[in-house]
Design a protein around this ligand. Structure first.
Ligand code: RUB
Length: 302
């Protein structure tokens, strides 16, 4: 349990962050926990696993990759405790493996849209959006990237370090400079925390304003999302909970200003009409096809 609590804390404090990594870390933590459970019966084992799953689910509310990962791992079967334990471990391993393969495949599929000489703008730090950029670069395409800082947590700094490490020409801009540079940009490429049933995107705060600027400038807006980032809960119109983080992240010492309240939503919603394409591991799809992904890939339907 100690290790699972440690992983949960790392997800909560964002030492482990980004929807794909959160999902893989949670699946692995639940597996390790299940392997360590000393239970006298299958019922006791099931109860313990459920307790571990709840702790992980409670860490960050927005990214659906977390609940989809836990749900996949929890679909274990077995007539006795050991069979259940090994089925759970197998589910977790196969989720992690499929996740890694999906990111690689999206890199290949998405990079086909990038041409020699293209300028790409990315926001926050998305491992899947970066897979597209790196795959294009590795294929010999001459590209330049503009990365936003992504206040308040500056995930853009992680992005520019990765791009620099790969040797890709990169420019860093403050978030509010997007409108000033958008006319130089060929593709905006961002990751996803959630894709809703109607194809809208929930991603790092600031994404929706970038999508608006791209729409107005007729710049292509590409989302990189594995199928486990699609949200089954939204097929009945359920709203995606948007995480509200600490005011201190935005303005340390804010409590000294008696009349000011900081609002710190971590994510925003980009309507599907501003999205040109969603690159998934099963292909590049229009946002309007999202319900089908939820039905065919995640097994949920109306
Ligand atoms: C990260 C974020 C990323 C998505 C996709 O937010 O919004 O764009 O999670 O990332 P935070 P990936 O830093 O608050 O976790 O493509 O790596 O899954």
């Amino acid at each position: 349990m100690e290790e699972l609590l440690e992983t949960a804390e790392k997800i909560r404090t964002m030492e482990i962050r980004g929807a794909a990594l959160i999902a893989r870390a949670a699946a692995s933590a639940l597996k390790e926990f299940a392997l360590s459970i000393e239970a006298a019966s299958l019922e006791e084992f099931n109860g313990e696993v459920r307790r571990g799953a709840e702790i992980l689910l409670d860490t960050r509310p927005t990214a659906v990759s977390l609940s989809n990962a836990i749900r996949t791992v929890m679909r274990y079967r077995g007539d006795d405790l050991e069979a259940a334990r090994s089925s759970l471990a197998k589910n977790a391993d196969s989720f992690v493996e499929r996740s890694l393969m999906a990111v690689e495949r999206i890199g290949e599929i998405g990079s086909r849209r990038i041409l020699d000489g293209d300028v790409i703008l990315t926001h926050c730090n998305s491992s899947v959006a970066l897979a597209i950029i790196k795959t294009a670069f590795d294929a010999g395409k001459d590209i330049r990237v503009i990365a936003t800082e992504s206040r308040p947590r500056y995930q853009g700094h992680l992005t520019i370090k990765a791009l620099d490490g790969w040797g890709i020409d990169t420019e860093l801009v403050v978030d509010s400079a997007v409108r000033s540079v958008i006319n130089e940009v060929d593709h905006v490429i961002v990751g996803a925390d959630v894709i809703t049933a109607n194809g809208s995107l929930v991603n790092k705060i600031g994404t929706a304003a970038i999508a608006l600027a791209a729409h107005e400038a007729r710049t292509s807006f590409v989302v990189a999302a594995e199928t486990y980032k699609f949200s089954p809960e939204t097929i009945m119109g359920e709203l995606v909970p948007i995480e509200e983080r600490s005011p201190e992240e935005v303005y340390p010492g804010i409590s000294k200003l008696a009349h000011v309240r900081v609002r710190n939503p971590a994510f925003d919603v980009t309507p599907h009409r501003y999205i040109d394409v969603i690159c998934t591991e099963i292909g590049a799809i229009p946002p309007e096809m999202s319900y089908l992904v939820i039905k065919e890939m995640l097994g949920w339907e109306l």
